[in-house]
Design a protein. Structure first.
Length: 144
């Protein structure tokens, strides 16, 4: 009976040793394969870098202003009370209106997109509060 016990023990031992060896070999192959892919990707990234710099130079070029925005326009009396008399381009009118709004703290504290109109702005807005997006439409009605 003693010999029967030794025989199954010998068969089990080599099977356990063989399994860990197979596991160690498999990760080694996987580790080698990604190393080749990384080496192949590195030159591709270097080649793509100069392509990114070229569009940046185009964006840095100066823009020419639209002639329609730069045309001097005369404000109405209600608008002239806020920005002053004289012909101004639309861009300057918008800047001066925002200076007036910031100076008098007319921008709504909770919703910065809304402008609370004071007595002078109510003549232009025709309401107590207006959105900054509506403002340009309302102002354009006061420019000739």
């Amino acid at each position: 009976m003693a010999t029967a016990k030794k025989a199954p023990a010998k068969k089990a031992a080599p099977a356990k040793k063989a399994a860990p060896a197979a596991k160690k070999a498999a990760p080694a192959k996987k580790a080698a394969a990604p190393a080749k892919k990384v080496a192949a990707k590195a030159p591709a990234k270097k080649a793509a870098a100069p392509a990114k710099k070229a569009p940046a130079k185009k964006a840095a070029a100066k823009r020419t202003p639209n002639a329609a925005f730069m045309k001097a326009m005369t404000p109405s009396d209600a608008l002239a009370a806020i920005i002053g008399k004289g012909p101004y381009p639309r861009t300057e009118v918008t800047k001066k209106i925002w200076e007036y709004i910031k100076k008098n703290k007319l921008q709504d504290a909770a919703n910065k997109r809304m402008i609370n109109a004071d007595a002078k702005l109510k003549e232009i807005f025709k309401k107590a509060q207006a959105s900054m997006f509506e403002m340009t439409k309302m102002i354009s009605a006061h420019l000739k």
